[in-house]
Design a binder for this molecule. Structure first.
Ligand code: BG6
Length: 458
């Protein structure tokens, strides 16, 4: 079967860093797939100029082998203004050149949200029955815009054709959360409020917003990372076991989590917004911008097993390290035996998502033969085989119509409801704390936990 990928916008950062490298790997692994790529952009490139451009721009992200030239030959550039209907007819002409009897067409829409309407309205000039449309985030900027967008999409496409993505759920270590929890008997009995003291989920990045400021300044950490990636991770950590490993069953359990996320009553006190000190000097950012590049918060999930367990989330840019991890911190042991005499560390399970994938378990043992003291040791499992890039896996799933990991509209609806509340909270919150580039974020984020007599781990 032949697959035609149509990549909008092909000159964007995501295309060079993730999509073209992923497509090259698919091209290499699945020669029988017979892939053609139509790269859509607004710039005046000839085909040769675009190929030269993408060859140079992807150099840092692709290990090019002998067949890279053959891969480049699968690419055709097509200049399209998304608001001009005649450009869609021209694009249809370009698709016709490749279309064979057994062809599927996959559109990958990574465009500014204000163009989604234009794309949907003009799709009739392309009109490929059964084409798959992958929608990159942001899917709206709040519940209302997301609803409008969804209604618009559903006027033209059938649900079967619509692929809403959150690339985090294709990360191998994220998928492993369910296996870790439900393919072992020893963790689940203690995976609840009887034993867990608190849960911490951190996604920190070293990069700033760079040349994405125009997107980020209207998106902020809340919409860019929390509404999607962090909530998806949280749902896997606290959901009940689904009755089957099947997309619909898993979705239903995730939905229950989103519906039971509870902001603490005085939640202004439980959320910290930060902005790195250089943010206002990033190219063209408004001097009074209140965009948060960092957010830390405390939430609760109103479920039988997790109520009363504080869940701390934090994410930020321009921080000291790139790291995504989940820390499950257990309650202290009763202080009648060892703890009566020596300080004893809490047990922890740390699920490392990136840059290393692994699981780290902290427990206590006796220090050595001539001491009665207890010390903490770590038992660490590190995944050594490099996993496939999330984008490669998601494109492969789209090729074979596997919608298991794609986000449903209901999930988006529920997560936007929560984020709308958090945005209200930001509007009522006068302080956006400054933090130094390369630090751990604002001090206020540490105080958030210190107030609960806890500390961020790591
Ligand atoms: C994207 C955000 O969805 O995720 C970016 O828009 C962020 O701002 C990126 O940098 C992080 O993804 P990853 O896979 O690099 O952790």
């Amino acid at each position: 079967m032949q697959t035609i990928f149509i990549i909008y916008w092909s000159t964007w950062d995501l295309a060079k860093r993730k999509l073209f490298p992923a497509l090259y790997n698919i091209f290499k692994d699945k020669k029988e797939q017979n892939i053609d790529i139509i790269a859509v952009g607004r710039r005046d490139f000839s085909n040769e100029e675009f190929i030269q451009y993408i060859d140079t721009e992807t150099s840092d992200f692709i290990e090019k082998e002998a067949d890279f030239k053959a891969f480049l030959n699968t690419i055709t550039y097509s200049k399209v203004e998304l608001t001009k209907s005649e450009d869609y007819s021209k694009l249809r002409g370009d698709i016709n050149k490749y279309e064979k009897k057994e062809t599927q067409v996959i559109f990958y829409l990574s465009i500014s949200p204000e163009y989604f309407d234009a794309f949907v309205d003009n799709y009739r000039y392309i009109d490929i029955k059964d084409a798959k449309i992958i929608f990159e985030k942001p899917f709206g900027t709040d519940l209302e815009t997301a609803k409008k967008l969804n209604t618009k999409i559903m006027e033209v496409f059938r649900e079967k054709q619509v692929y809403r993505i959150d690339h985090y759920v294709w990360k191998e270590a994220i998928q492993n959360i369910l296996a870790f929890r439900f393919a072992n008997i020893m963790f689940e009995p203690i995976w609840n409020n009887n034993y867990i003291d608190n849960i911490q989920i951190t996604a920190s990045e070293t990069v700033g917003v760079g040349d994405r400021w125009w997107y980020y300044d209207n998106s902020w950490a809340l919409r860019d990372m929390v509404q999607n990636h962090l909530f998806q991770v949280l749902s896997l950590v606290v959901m009940n076991p689904p009755s089957m490993i099947d997309s619909e069953w898993i979705r239903q359990e995730k939905l229950k989590v989103f519906r039971s996320i509870k902001l603490w009553n005085d939640y202004e006190k439980n959320i910290v917004f930060g902005q790195y000190d250089w943010y206002l000097w990033e190219k063209d950012v408004a001097q009074n911008s209140r965009t948060e590049t960092f957010v830390a918060m405390k939430l609760e999930v109103n479920s039988w097993n997790f109520i009363w367990v504080p869940i701390y989330l934090r994410t930020g840019k321009a921080l000291i390290e790139k790291s995504t991890q989940i820390v499950i911190e257990f309650k202290e042991v009763p202080d009648i035996l060892f703890k009566k005499f020596w300080p004893i560390s809490k047990n922890r399970i740390i699920l490392e998502i990136q840059p290393n994938e692994g699981i780290d378990i902290h427990f206590n043992i006796k220090e050595n033969w001539n001491s009665k003291e207890v010390e903490r040791v770590k038992s660490k499992f590190i995944k050594e085989i490099e996993s496939k890039e999330a984008y490669e896996k998601l494109l492969e799933d789209a090729i074979v119509w596997d919608k298991t990991l794609f986000t449903s509209w209901e999930m988006l609806e529920e997560t936007w409801k929560i984020v709308d509340n958090l945005v209200n909270c930001k509007n009522n919150c006068p302080i956006i704390h400054k933090y130094e580039k390369g630090s751990n974020g604002p001090i206020a984020s540490d105080i958030l936990l210190e107030n609960d007599r806890r500390k961020w781990y790591g």
